[in-house]
Ligand binder design. Structure first.
Ligand SMILES: [Zn+2]
Length: 84
């Protein structure tokens, strides 16, 4: 009797293991409503771009770019104002 073949619904973030709401998984997760990342381990911006669905997002991962927030606020504005 191979009874319980059905895979249990994945309710935890696949990355950090934290519980994620069904609503979050349905909105941001992959086709099987699994969250690859969650608000505990990733930024809202990356999640909004698909990181929770397992998509590789071209935005710095908060876990691999500690100390930076990737908002570009430290960039040097160099228009000088001197146009001769
Ligand atoms: Zn997570």
């Amino acid at each position: 009797m191979a009874g319980r073949m059905r895979v249990a619904e994945q309710r935890a973030c696949l990355h950090c293991g934290r519980h994620v709401s069904r609503d979050f998984r349905r909105t941001f997760g992959d086709n099987e409503n699994r969250a690859h990342r969650c608000r505990n381990c990733d930024t809202h911006t990356r999640i909004a771009h698909g990181s929770a669905a397992g998509v590789t997002v071209d935005i710095p991962d908060p876990e691999t770019s500690l100390g930076r927030h990737g908002d570009g606020s430290d960039q040097v504005v160099d228009d000088g104002g001197e146009r001769a």
